[in-house]
Design a protein around this ligand. Sequence first.
Ligand SMILES: Nc1ncnc2c1ncn2[C@@H]1O[C@H](COP(=O)(O)OP(=O)(O)OP(=O)(O)O)[C@@H](O)[C@H]1O
Length: 442
Amino acid sequence: MPTPTARTLVDRIAYFDAVCAAGVLAPNQLTRAAMAPGRTAAEFAAGLVAAGLLTRFQADRLLAGRADGFVFGPYVILEPVGRGSMSRVYKARHRTMNRAVAIKILSAELTRTAADRQRFQAQARAAGRLSHPNVVTALDANVLADRFYLVLEFVDGPNLEVLVAQRGPRPVDEACELVRQIAHGLRHAHERGAAHGHLAPDNVLISRPTALGPPTVKITGFGLPPMGTGPSAYRAPESLTAPHAADPGSDLYALGGVFYFLLTGHAPSTGAANASSRQPAPVAALRPDVPPAVAAVVHRLMAPHPSARFASAAELLAHLDAACVPAALPVDGVSFDLPPEAAYAPGSGYLTGRQPLAPDSGELSSDVFVLPEVVPEQSPWAQLTEPTAADATASDVSDTRILSPYRVPRLRPPFTVPVWVAVGAVLFSLVALVAAGKFLVK
Ligand SMILES: Nc1ncnc2c1ncn2[C@@H]1O[C@H](COP(=O)(O)OP(=O)(O)OP(=O)(O)O)[C@@H](O)[C@H]1O
């Protein structure tokens, strides 16, 4: 099927062709899609979004005449959810497992040399050893169409940068709880030999509250080598001279910066030309109501010399527990919905708050979207049908049909009710016959 080339599709039939070519829908969904209302392409697209067959991102991209870039190996790309300095992150769905994941596709710059690729592999393996509620789980790391990527647990809440942008600096006890959970995640990672290397508010996410529990902090970004893309307010002085180094001490410095940001609403700007004297303005100068014990924790974390910081995340946790009472994490008023797609436009800096990428870095510009490994029609996945509503309910882990397809037959008593009725009838007939015989003899 030819891929449409028109810039904007106006005709319903051309749009449907593009949907088929994109590989976003399974055959049974295409049948449903064909029956959706709408005369023009735009009306038809709106109908498919309303029916839950396409995401807004998919519908708009198809309207723009793009039928490529929707399939990434076994995943269907649903929508972009963020961009880091060296990656783009998409929400995607595994076609067979029907599980939402985050796919982080790395800039080719990160994996140009053999040494880069080895570093990526080592970091990805270190991330694969982590399993903690406060760390985003890494599910896969691989390469497809020459692009390295990580598949991660999808976290459907805002990062700390968005949280503060939406609701301002956090109450002290809430900031303490956020930092406490990050420290737990870091402790787990450091004890397993993994350091983060580029911790900042935009790679700390908050999961949406569920019936099972309150929102949880999740650190994302493990598994990527530190970028070395210039000084950052959260980067420890010692890591400025060794941009690819990641160690627990510099993670603690970065956590101090995150704490500072949560309390003041500002990144800890040092303004110092000399990297070794990086010391931000005191927290109390910006936020006088922060208790001195809490401010002391922030400043000790951000001590320019690593030896003056806490020795470990465990030591930090002990001081934090003494300095502040943790509070419930925010639920009210925080939007867990993703910002509009426009927010991801190049140069918006919306999610990362960072300088947009230089135009010549090319790789991550809005127009570069990962091409599928295989043409969708040739994909073996195209043979599969999409999960139905019944599958969705069956995915409940308490449903033992999934875990044990062969049920042990229930043991039943040898005589069931119909058997007893039959036996009774036979006995009754016998008695009746005997009685009748006696009567006849008489
Ligand atoms: N697992 C995830 N689930 C949902 N969203 C995510 C996930 N991981 C990352 N994101 C989103 O993508 C954005 C960029 O991710 P991340 O900060 O990890 O990228 P990065 O390339 O490591 O960036 P940097 O080095 O600039 O920190 C995050 O701010 C977040 O909004």
